[in-house]
Design a protein around this ligand. Structure first.
Ligand SMILES: Cc1ncc(COP(=O)(O)O)c(C=O)c1O
Length: 432
C-alpha cells in the first residue's frame, strides 16, 4: 500500500519524537508560564507538519526564472498556469460598479444572487438541480476551499474511529496533500493508470475504511487527462460502501477542446449529492485568478457544516467580487472566446510536437500539454530537459515536481499570447 506515513518524505522532521524536539521558531516573546534555560533562545513550538511540507514547486521555478531575467535572458513562461489574458471588460465593470462608499463585512454564505447564479450555472452546465442555500457556497477561489474542506472532514488525532487517510492522485496539485499533512492525516497516493486517471482499484477495503477524502481532479493538473462520468460513478460507489467523501476539483472544467468534461454532481444518485463535493473557480474559466472567486457545491450535510464553520475562518468573499462573479457565471460567450484562444495555442504546440516527434499524452483538457521527455535526453530526465529549455528562455514544469510518476514528462501551460507562443515555437524549432 502506498501510504506515506507522517514523518516520511522530506526527512526534515523529527524521526523519533521521544528523542527529538519539535520544530521551533525563534520569537521575540515567550508564553506565560514557560521557562527556558538561562541563555537558551526564546522559541515558539510550531505544527510539526510544516517541516514536512515539500518546497512549493512554483517558488522553485520562479527563483530560477528571476535569475535568468536578471542576466538579461528573455524568459517565456509556460511553467505556471496563471492565465495571462485579460479579465473580460464586463466583469471588471461589474466589480467597479459594485464598489460602495462604505464597506461592510461580507458573509461567508455569500449574497443570495451569487448562490442563485451558481446554481443556475450548474444546472445549465451539468444538468443538475442544486438548491442555492442547501447545496452551494461561494469560495475565495478554489485553493482555499480545497484546503479548508479538510478541516471539516478530518477529526482530531486520537479521536476514536478517526479516519486518518486522504487519497490524492499520484500526480496532483500540491494543495490536497499539504492540507492532509497540516491536518495530521496520512496521504495515500492513488496510482495513475495508463489513461492517467486514478486507478480506483487501489481503494481496497483496508484503504476505504480509513479514508476521509478521495480527491479527484479532472481535467487533471498536470496531465490534462479527462475523467468520464463512469469514473465519478465508480468513485461514488466506493464512497457509499466505505463512507468517505469524494471531493472533485473541477478548476479546469471549462477548458476543453472536443466535448465538455463531466463533473461529479452529474454522477450523483440522490438529490442531496450525498458523499460528493465539487469545487470550481472563475480563475481559469474567466481569467479571474486575482479576484479569488469560486464555488463549492454538493453534499447538503457538508455544506451545512461549511455554513457553520466558514464564517469563523475569514473566507467571506468581498461583495464587489461577488457581484463581478455573478456577471461571470451568467455569461458563456467570453468562455467560448477564451477556449478558442487556448485551442489556437494548443494546435501550434501539437503541430510542433508532431514535427519533432515529441510524444504528447493525456492533454485532453485544461491548458496543459503533458509531453514525454525525448529519448535523446539522458534517462529521459524531466529536470535535465527543462533546464536545457530554460537555457533558451523557455520555462516548462518538470513533471517530477508533481511526483515521481512525472519523472519522464514536462508540463507546458499554453497561457502566453498566441504571438508569444509563436515566438517560443520558433525557438523550440531550432533547439529540439
Ligand atoms: C488543479 C487546480 N485546482 C485549483 C487551483 C487553484 O485555483 P484558484 O485560483 O481558484 O484558487 C489550481 C491552480 O492552478 C489548480 O491547478
Amino acid at each position: 500500500m502506498r501510504v506515506s506515513r507522517e514523518g516520511e518524505g522530506q526527512g526534515c522532521g523529527p524521526t523519533n519524537p521521544s528523542q527529538s524536539s519539535p520544530p521551533v521558531l525563534h520569537a521575540a516573546g515567550m508564553m506565560a508560564g514557560m521557562s527556558a534555560a538561562p541563555g537558551a533562545p526564546r522559541e515558539v513550538a510550531l505544527n510539526g507538519a510544516i517541516a514536512r511540507l515539500k518546497p512549493y514547486a512554483f517558488t522553485q521555478l520562479r527563483a530560477r526564472q528571476d535569475q535568468l531575467a536578471a542576466q538579461g535572458t528573455r524568459v517565456i513562461n509556460f511553467g505556471v498556469g496563471d492565465p495571462e489574458d485579460d479579465t473580460p471588460a464586463f466583469i471588471r465593470d461589474a466589480l467597479v460598479a459594485a464598489i460602495t462608499p462604505s464597506s461592510r463585512y461580507p458573509t461567508a454564505a455569500g449574497i443570495a444572487p451569487l448562490r442563485e447564479a451558481i446554481a443556475a450555472w450548474l444546472r445549465r452546465r451539468f444538468g443538475v438541480t442544486v438548491h442555492p442555500d442547501r447545496h452551494v457556497m461561494p469560495a475565495n477561489g478554489a485553493k482555499e476551499a480545497l484546503h479548508n474542506l479538510t478541516s471539516l472532514v478530518v477529526d482530531a488525532p486520537g479521536t476514536p474511529g478517526r479516519r486518518d487517510l486522504i487519497a490524492i492522485p499520484e500526480l496532483a496539485y500540491q494543495v490536497y496533500g499539504d492540507a492532509a499533512l497540516l491536518h495530521h492525516a496520512e496521504v495515500f497516493a492513488v496510482p495513475l493508470g495508463a489513461d492517467w486517471l486514478p486507478d480506483l482499484d487501489a481503494i481496497t477495503p483496508e484503504v476505504g475504511r480509513r479514508l476521509a477524502i478521495l480527491w479527484l481532479n479532472s481535467p487533471h493538473n498536470p496531465t490534462g487527462a479527462v475523467a468520464p462520468r463512469d469514473h465519478y460513478r465508480r468513485a461514488l460507489d466506493l464512497a457509499d460502501k466505505y463512507g468517505f467523501l469524494v471531493a472533485s476539483d473541477e478548476a479546469y472544467s471549462e477548458l476543453w477542446f472536443d466535448a465538455p468534461p463531466s463533473g461529479i454532481l452529474e454522477a450523483c444518485a440522490d438529490a442531496d449529492f450525498t458523499g460528493a463535493i465539487a469545487i470550481n473557480t472563475l480563475s481559469k474559466r474567466s481569467n479571474m485568478t486575482g479576484y479569488r472567486s469560486g464555488l463549492i457545491a454538493g453534499d447538503a450535510r457538508v455544506i451545512a457544516a461549511m455554513r457553520n464553520v466558514r464564517p469563523r475562518i475569514g473566507v467571506a468573499t468581498p461583495e464587489f467580487v461577488q457581484r463581478a462573479a455573478i456577471a461571470a457565471w451568467n455569461d458563456e460567450a467570453h468562455v467560448e472566446e477564451q477556449r478558442a484562444r487556448y485551442a489556437a495555442r494548443r494546435d501550434l504546440f501539437l503541430d510542433l510536437c508532431s514535427r519533432k516527434r515529441l510524444q504528447v499524452e493525456a492533454s485532453q483538457g485544461a491548458f496543459y500539454l503533458w509531453i514525454r521527455v525525448p529519448a535523446t535526453v539522458p534517462g529521459r530526465d524531466a529536470t535535465t530537459f527543462a533546464s536545457t529549455l530554460l537555457d533558451h528562455g523557455i520555462v516548462v514544469l518538470p513533471g517530477s515536481f508533481m511526483g515521481p510518476r512525472g519523472n519522464e514528462y514536462v508540463r507546458l501551460a499554453f497561457v502566453p499570447s498566441l504571438e508569444t507562443c509563436m515566438e517560443a515555437v520558433a525557438i523550440l524549432d531550432r533547439v529540439l
